[in-house]
Write a protein that binds this ligand. Sequence first.
Ligand code: AMP
Length: 510
Amino acid sequence: MCGIIGVVSGSPVNQLLYDGLQVLQHRGQDAAGIVTANGNSFHMHKGSGMVRDVFRTRNMRSLLGQAGIGHVRYPTAGSASNLAEAQPFYVNSPYGIVLAHNGNLTNTAELKEAMFRQDLRHINTNSDSEVLLNVFAHELQKQIYGRELCEDAIFNAIIEVNKRVRGAYAVVALIAGFGLVAFRDPYGIRPLVMGRHDGPNGTEYLLASESVALDCLGFRLERDVLPGEAVVVRMDGARSTRMCAEYQPHTPCIFEYVYFARPDSIIDGASVYQTRLLMGEKLGDKIRRQMPDLDIDTVIPIPDTSMPIALQLAKHLDLPFRMGFIKNRYVGRTFIMPGQATRKKSVRQKLNAIGSEFAGKNVLLVDDSIVRGTTSREIVQMARDAGAKKVYFASAAPEVRYPNVYGIDMPTRAELLATGRTVEEIAREIGADGVIYQDLGALRDAVHEANNALNDFEMSCFDGRYVTGDITDEYLAEIEGARGESKPQREEALGGGADLNLNVAEQNLM
Ligand code: AMP
């Protein structure tokens, strides 16, 4: 998963983009990058690691300009260790364009081939974002022969991009000397919100993956960018929007609500926090219906994501909610670490049990999801080591059984704990006395109840239904094979970075 941000302001944007990326840090910790636009010049700095490691004062000083885009990267295609694949990406023609993307394209290989053979464009990395940038650049080039660059040309180019590109994409881009462009895939799988700030410098526009970035930067959430919609903001702040794709059912990714997004974000009109409360309520319902005799003494969340879920579940079942695990907030998300051995160690570095909450008790541990089961197995053992009598485990999401092709890093089917196992077998695998999974219908209802306008979702990792309709068994086998070969190896040296000052020559955009 990645986080993106783009802004056009009346004052320097370097600090604002930095702060925005820090707020979006939970969406990706492998690499970060910012590009600012100053007149016809781009200034870029990107590198491997967390935002605070990538940007030094000297880098910040060189990020001049009143418009810019930023990206935090969590690798889903390409390799985490390759600095060349940190975003944003740059092409020098037409005009000079930089682009950052959240999501994953599902026809990258065909596009890359077509780029090379027909469009005569060279793609230098394995990143689908570089492909997306080149498709956009090529389509824009076709639109502007002999014409002045204008919104029409940009929207028409995006219409063509949407015809050629498959998959999930929320995009921010800058066109040198012109302004900011943002667009979202026709199914609206990945989130993108738009906010404004009316101040002494006029109206400033900010687009970001999550509304929490708007809140923290003092912008007002105006609305979500619609599926298939594009937004253009000129350097002087003039904004236009247009639908650039044929209508498709809106199917936002349900995993954003389960795990990825911050609870204080509102995505597609649904408060993530509220959806998590509802997930807890529905999980409580299921326990009451199906296991009325379960001998639970306390409900314990696995911090942080499952806190509101467990809180509401406990309230619903009239059981005490207790903080049995304390999280070291200075350790990154464990999922980010490559390799099982590192991961196992990092669960214990990250969480510690409060003995008195477990000694002699039957506990219900609540997590947002079980993926490989590595975390759950370790946590169940920690509860037992702390003296728990019985350990039950509840997951706010159903069994994860299928790979995700739209930008969420999901292991291969062989690595997923739920593949080919019954709930009883899963309980045995993680060492629990019982496992309770949310039903898929209940999860869908939880988000629907938070915003009645949302009726369908991208939830392929639970039901194997890929909404874009182009995912074949061969494709899944291929990505699983590629994944096995190029498992991200995190660069040891954090804080490495690359500076690029792209002085795009003064040019007449007529
Ligand atoms: P595990 O079952 O050991 O693979 O870990 C599952 C935990 O990792 C969940 O409880 C989530 O908190 C978190 N998680 C789930 N899916 C992802 C993902 N795609 N990327 C990062 N973390 C995830």
